[in-house]
Design a protein. Structure first.
Length: 259
């Protein structure tokens, strides 16, 4: 895929997301497939018409969209953003393209916390993609981390994925470092709060950034975990996430899978 083609996909995905703020239907009409669009946000109705139908309400409630990071991986574009509607929320959106049109969408949203324990925000940090030549290796590495450590296939390898205690953490309740991660996991254990990844559904990467979309349980609730990792010198150096409970079947507005 050429740089120009990647750029074109990013521009289209960005324009569609920004239309939620402007209320202008042009980008959705131009870039979202009229018949094939599959919506995996189960709180929303399926199809392009439902997306167009929501614009007026979104504009009326003063929706704002601020895109912080973009990743392109083949026909997939992932956006890391802050939405403001009924308060600020951090989001990951994933769009899949087919012949230049968006045919599928997944997302995860979480209320935005002001600061993390180490005084970061949920969205700050590097945005420039580096190490494009290491994309495939980094995707493989991050997937192995999620499967071995978070899913729990081989937890004894945990320290090997990090450069000592050098680890910047943007998750709202966890401090920096492997030590911060260990402390947070221990606190959950002491409160008998179940925290378990069960399956990795998507791995989307570009250069030193890799996004995973996983399924699991948090405090007894079926949950979607979206984790963005930055890899530096072959180790996991930084992490952002968005965690959202999966809607029970009776509250879903479409019959598509969450993943």
């Amino acid at each position: 895929m050429t740089f120009n083609h990647q750029n074109e996909l990013v521009l289209k995905a960005t324009a569609v997301l920004e239309s939620l703020e402007s209320g202008n239907p042009e980008a959705i009409t131009a870039y979202v497939h009229p018949d094939k669009y599959i919506q995996h946000n189960q709180a929303l109705l399926d199809g392009r018409e439902a997306m167009l139908g929501a614009l007026e309400h979104l504009k009326k409630v003063g929706t704002k969209v601020s895109i912080k990071r973009t990743l392109v991986d083949g026909d997939y574009v992932a956006l890391h953003s802050v939405y403001d509607f009924h308060g600020p929320k951090v989001a990951f959106d994933i769009f899949r393209f087919e012949n230049g049109l968006i045919v599928e969408h997944w997302d995860n949203l979480q209320e935005m916390a002001d600061k993390t324990p180490s005084n970061h925000t949920m969205i700050d940090g590097p945005v420039t993609i580096k190490d494009i030549d290491k994309t495939d290796a980094n995707k493989t590495y991050v997937k192995s981390f999620v499967e071995n450590i978070l899913v729990g296939k081989n937890p004894s390898l945990r320290a090997s994925y990090f450069d000592g205690d050098n680890y910047i953490q943007h998750s709202p309740h966890i401090a920096d470092g492997l030590s911060g991660l260990d402390a947070a996991l221990q606190a959950l254990k002491e409160k008998n709060i179940e925290f378990q990844y069960t399956h990795v559904h998507q791995v989307i990467g570009q250069g030193d950034f890799v996004l995973t979309a996983s399924e699991g349980l948090f405090d007894g609730q079926p949950t979607a975990f979206y984790d963005l990792f930055r890899v530096e010198n072959g180790k996991i150096a930084e992490h952002w996430d968005v965690i959202e409970a999966i809607l029970p079947a009776e509250k879903r507005k479409n019959s598509n899978s969450r993943f």
